[in-house]
Design a protein around this ligand. Structure first.
Ligand code: AMP
Length: 215
């Protein structure tokens, strides 16, 4: 099963993708995670992407299209995948269609997670994760059970994304509305777009997503 989770930054795509990975035995492919890894490694791609990401703008289409095309050829993607953060422009969506038909694959579901902008700023600016296992936390909504200690692995170091600050979030939301939202009618026209209420509690959203995917 190949699916796309669409939605603005902070909608909960990454959080939900992690649950769906376990339930449906498919893998999360996040272009944001891949680009952050490239920046960290200091690769040529990382060098090209770093400043753009820090400014909250979009990395050129051809770079992310190549990244995804190579990634879905890997053996661990054989059973299916959840695209998180890709496609983000109509040309990326069109390139994905071409790429999938060349690989003899198809999209099974495109699901939009709807959340209003006001909530997103608060969600994004308060989030952080365990530096060791990646478990996600939030200053207000999801604190570790013991302050400063990761519930999952006991790690005591945490990190915040360089682009999760109020200034950059505004640019990221503007980019979403200008460049990514036009993808919604693109998939609606193909009759594969569904939506869930991303404002609900995390567990409720998970149930809504599972219902869509099992339908
Ligand atoms: P994310 O982790 O999905 O919020 O992505 C973080 C940043 O990576 C974005 O603000 C963009 O700069 C870049 N990025 C991630 N995915 C894409 C994409 N599909 N197209 C262009 N830029 C992307």
């Amino acid at each position: 099963m190949n699916i796309i989770l669409l939605g603005p930054p902070g909608a909960g795509k990454g959080t939900q993708a992690k649950f769906l990975e376990d339930t449906f035995k498919i893998i999360q492919l996040s272009t944001g995670d891949m680009l952050r890894a490239a920046v960290k490694s200091g690769s040529e791609l990382g060098k090209q992407a770093k400043e753009i990401m820090e400014a909250g703008k979009l990395v050129p289409d051809d770079l992310v299209i190549n990244l995804i095309s190579e990634r879905i050829d890997q053996p661990d993607a054989k059973n299916g995948y959840i695209l998180d953060g890709f496609p983000r422009t109509v040309p990326q969506a069109e390139a994905l269609d071409t790429m999938l038909s060349q690989k003899g694959q198809k999209l099974d579901h495109v699901i939009e997670m709807k959340v209003v902008d006001d909530v997103l700023v608060e969600r994004i600016c308060g989030r952080y994760s365990c530096a060791k296992c990646g478990a996600g936390y939030h200053d207000s909504f999801q604190k570790p059970k013991v302050a400063g200690v990761c519930d999952g692995c006991g790690g005591t170091e945490f990190k915040r994304r360089a682009d999760d600050n109020a200034e950059t979030v505004k640019t990221r939301l503007a980019q979403y509305h200008a460049q990514t939202a036009p993808i919604l009618p693109y998939y609606q026209g193909k009759g594969i777009l569904k939506s869930v209420d991303g404002m609900a509690d995390i567990a409720v959203v998970t149930r809504q997503l599972e219902a869509v995917l099992r339908a």
